[in-house]
Design a protein around this ligand. Structure first.
Ligand SMILES: Cc1ncc(C[n+]2csc(CCOP(=O)(O)OP(=O)(O)O)c2C)c(N)n1
Length: 356
């Protein structure tokens, strides 16, 4: 696969053109010490939570499907530092890290993995269906690509209700081939919806590489058919992700409409816990691990004197405590009662977007 141009900070020429003159802003954005430390802590929480989830899955404490995000953390970190709490996020089943980044507690996430009533979906969703209206985290979706029109719908609701909130709509490179993408892109552009469509291109849809799904391997080009401003972004670094999201958010908040970002990333683990990942070489995985986002940010922090190695170790120790506690919390929480079985199936009476 080799190292491609996306490991630079620059968008390919055609994508820069789509961002028009705004591309110049990219080089001038600076990040503070606090932002670097925030990214580091966020990404370590995601990584340690998921490493623990993987272990617990092996011990059969967690059942059903389980898709890990390990390797992709810079995408979630760079998004979360560039948006507000009131902005919405919707994603696919690889949702643990994004839910944590959106502020759902490790306790509520781990309890959900255990199927316990204290989980963020009351133990009824499991790994693929995390949800929290309070955090404006709208799932967690198992149907590949289903969240693309739903993301446009959430953005429509924000616009209809007169807010300046945006919706971040994440999907994979496999999902990008679904027909629903075209309908959603078309309507989002027509109605100038405040949605940022993000394809997390981690190179594979289960065992199928991007090259085997279409002759169009630069997924960013799919925005072109709708004249949607689109860009390819290095997803192994939260700085580049944040910069791209910031431009897209500015556009969405000011009423100019959607943006499409193809964020190039990589998952170190298999598609799900049952995937031995024989469709790719060990060397390929190792090549990406050399660009590990957590290691990169740790290095920047130490080199610039934002924190010492031992101060970073203290952050790591704090996260270890948080993860140990969330496992204890999940273990000790009860399973949902039988009376919960028929609840939360149909729309609530106070369905949020219908005004009398
Ligand atoms: C409509 C539909 N078709 C097929 C599947 C089976 N399936 C589950 S995950 C997946 C691959 C999706 O890959 P991608 O969108 O690249 O996301 P990633 O797993 O890489 O995050 C497929 C085909 C499904 N869940 N839904």
């Amino acid at each position: 696969m080799g190292c491609r141009s996306f490991f630079t900070n620059k968008f390919p020429t055609f994508a820069v053109l789509l961002f028009k003159n705004q591309a110049g802003i990219m080089a001038t954005i600076k990040f503070s010490k606090d932002t670097y430390l925030y990214w580091y802590e966020q990404m370590q929480r995601m990584r340690k939570f998921e490493e623990k989830s993987g272990q617990l899955y092996g011990m059969q404490k967690i059942r059903g499907f389980c898709h890990l995000y390990i390797g992709q953390e810079a995408v979630a970190a760079g998004i979360i530092s560039a948006i507000r709490h009131d902005d919405a996020i919707i994603t696919a089943y690889r949702d643990h890290a994004i839910a944590l980044a959106k502020g759902i507690s490790a306790n509520a996430c781990m309890a959900e993995l255990y199927g316990k009533e204290t989980g963020c979906t009351k133990g009824k969703g499991g790994s693929m269906h995390f949800f929290s209206a309070e955090h404006k985290f709208f799932g967690g979706h198992g149907i590949v690509g289903a969240q693309i029109p739903l993301g446009a719908g959430i953005a429509f609701a924000e616009k209809y209700n007169g807010t300046d909130n945006v919706c971040i709509c994440l999907f994979g490179d496999g999902a990008a081939r679904q027909g629903a993408l075209h309908e959603a892109f078309n309507m989002a552009m027509l109605w100038k919806l405040p949605v940022i469509f993000i394809c997390e291109n981690n190179e594979y849809a289960m065992g199928t590489s991007v090259e085997r799904t279409s002759n169009v391997t630069d997924i960013v080009k799919m925005g072109l058919a709708y004249d949607m401003p689109s860009a390819q972004v290095n997803g192994m670094n939260p700085e580049t992700v944040h910069e791209a999201i910031e431009l897209a958010v500015e556009r969405a908040r000011s009423g100019e409409g959607p943006t499409f970002l193809e964020i190039k990333t990589y998952r170190y683990k298999g598609h799900s816990m049952s995937d031995p990942a024989k469709y790719r070489s060990k060397e390929e995985v190792e090549e990406y691990k050399l660009k590990d986002p957590i290691e990169q940010i740790r290095k920047v922090i130490v080199e610039r004197g934002y924190a010492t190695e031992s101060q970073l170790d203290e952050i790591d120790a704090g996260i270890k405590v948080e993860i140990d506690e969330c496992v204890k919390f999940a273990e000790e929480s009860p399973f949902p009662s039988d009376s919960e079985l028929l609840k939360d199936i149909y729309a609530q009476e106070d369905y949020p977007y219908i005004v009398d």
